[in-house]
Design a protein around this ligand. Structure first.
Ligand SMILES: [Zn+2]
Length: 497
């Protein structure tokens, strides 16, 4: 698999951090908001084991995905925190930000606020993940919902009020349960041993300390779990964050220990000795592991440059940097994802940064030749980013991957399409970033763009990128007809004997 999902997500979190206060809030003062709005909006309902959902047409196609995601996370939080019996949570999903902000009685709330929860009534209100406004995307809305639920469970675990638990603990647990990890670059400020003393932060601190907690919180719980186990997190909640009592370390030793842990785990001190090579369109940074392969890596990218740029026609393109790490572990640590799976071997981030593992040392799931293809795939993501410009993060994942697979010529053996023979083909327009869903795009992505080019043209691919994958608007067909048409195309081309 050539994927590189996580860095893209991390990028979204950077936006999340920049806004400082996160995307979720607690709301216990306006208990009647949901009911009042419930009478004005034509809600549909869906009941699952732990939730009652109230949603509109906007989320009809994704309510199953939303509910199964929240059920999965609910079970993990229950397992981690073991709160007592809980009533069902009501989840109101509003069709857009304006309606949502009105429903929580904050009509002037900032765009980043997409989730609030009432601890007292167990009511969660979120904006539609399909229509999240300009700051967030589908996944961040779902993670914000988990963040909110986790905060409520933390309070219920201890049977005390939320405010009796110190902010570093509630925030950190919520970030941890919502998988809100951070990019390694977020930790640059700690490189000079100048680490934050987070235990002392209070709810009255200014936005800076909230922002700081949002950056480091995930790693605090990660440190506790790795060192003392998840039960220590529960004990900390029960004891209002008293690390001396629960973990038998002083406050200073706890913070120092966390800092040493982060430094080691996220590779803050490891400076690799990179050599450089410049070609017409790329700057390469590589270690001596790639002395023998840098020539082939660079010529592969240069050889594919004109074709991809000509297909996608970005208005302008910066010179890309390509950083090639000597092995998988170093690559994962350097990109802030020390626990990333072996198949994660390359990624595009920022405006122009391609990171990848050495083709000479690609780990168990890739070959030397495949790593050259990965480089082209990531470059195609980079060009797509400059076609979409500011709306890149709103380009749906199926389209981003399909374009990269197509431009890297990653056509799959038709055996990989066998699973579709029965006619039960994937509704890829709804693919979101949960792992099972996501994987199928790597089997079919090439054929999606192949279909668009065959039935329409390559210009339509560019228009799809610029229009956030809106097939109705760009191609004049409904989402259902588009997927059916694609399936018929694949069946005829690849599945018929
Ligand atoms: Zn990709």
């Amino acid at each position: 698999m050539y994927k590189k999902v996580i860095l893209a997500i991390v990028l979204l979190f950077i936006v999340f951090i920049v806004v400082g206060c996160g995307s979720a809030e607690k709301d216990d003062n306006k208990e009647n908001g949901a009911d009042k709005v419930a009478t004005e909006i034509d809600f549909r309902t869906k009941e699952t084991e732990h939730f009652n959902f109230y949603y509109t047409e906007t989320d009809e196609s994704s309510i199953d995905d939303i509910s199964s995601y929240l059920e999965k996370k609910y079970n993990k939080i229950i397992n981690d925190l073991k709160p007592g019996d809980l009533p069902k949570i009501k989840v109101f999903i509003y069709p857009d930000l304006g309606v949502f902000h009105k429903a929580i009685e904050k009509p002037n709330a900032p765009d980043w606020l997409v989730s609030v929860i009432s601890h007292r009534n167990e009511i969660l209100k979120i904006v539609s993940p399909n229509n999240p406004g300009p700051v967030h995307d589908y996944n961040v809305v779902l993670q914000s919902a988990v963040y909110s639920i986790s905060g409520m469970f933390t309070a219920k675990t201890a049977g005390i009020s939320y405010k009796e638990i110190p902010p570093w603990l509630t925030t950190s647990i919520a970030l941890y349960e919502a998988d809100m990890t951070r990019n390694i670059k977020q930790f640059d400020f700690m490189k000079n041993d100048d680490y934050p003393h987070f235990l002392e932060m209070t709810y009255n601190n200014n936005g800076d300390s909230k922002k700081l907690l949002n950056q480091i919180g995930y790693t605090i719980i990660e440190y506790v779990v790795d060192t003392w186990g998840i039960s220590a997190v529960r004990d900390l909640i029960d004891n209002k964050g008293d690390v001396q009592k629960v973990l038998s370390v002083s406050s200073d030793d706890f913070q120092q220990g966390w800092y040493e842990y982060v430094k080691e785990k996220y590779n803050l001190t490891h400076d690799l000795d990179f050599e450089t090579k410049e070609t017409e369109h790329f700057n390469f940074y590589y270690t001596n592991v790639d002395d023998s392969s840098i020539g082939e890596i660079s010529s592969t990218l240069e050889d594919n440059f004109d074709r991809i740029v000509n297909d996608l026609k970005p208005k302008s393109l910066p010179k890309f940097s390509v950083r090639i790490y000597p092995d998988l572990e170093t690559y994962h640590k350097a990109t802030g994802r020390p626990n990333a799976p072996d198949w994660s071997v390359g990624g595009f981030s920022g405006n122009r940064e391609i990171n990848m593992v050495s083709p000479n040392n690609p780990g168990p799931t890739h070959t030397y030749e495949e790593m050259l293809v990965v480089a082209v795939h990531e470059f195609a993501h980079g060009v797509t980013r400059h076609v979409a410009k500011d709306s890149y993060k709103h380009v749906p994942k199926w389209l981003k991957e399909a374009v990269a697979l197509y431009e890297a010529n990653q056509i799959r053996d038709s055996n990989n399409l066998e699973f579709m023979r029965k006619g039960n083909y994937p509704r890829f327009l709804q693919i979101v970033d949960n792992k099972d869903d996501y994987k199928v795009i790597y089997s079919i992505g090439y054929t999606i763009i192949e279909y668009v080019v065959d039935k329409w043209d390559i210009a339509s691919v560019r228009e799809l990128i610029k229009n956030k994958g809106d097939v109705q608007k760009v191609l004049g067909v409904s989402p259902n007809d588009f997927q059916q048409g694609w399936y018929n195309f694949v069946k005829e081309k690849y599945l018929e004997e």
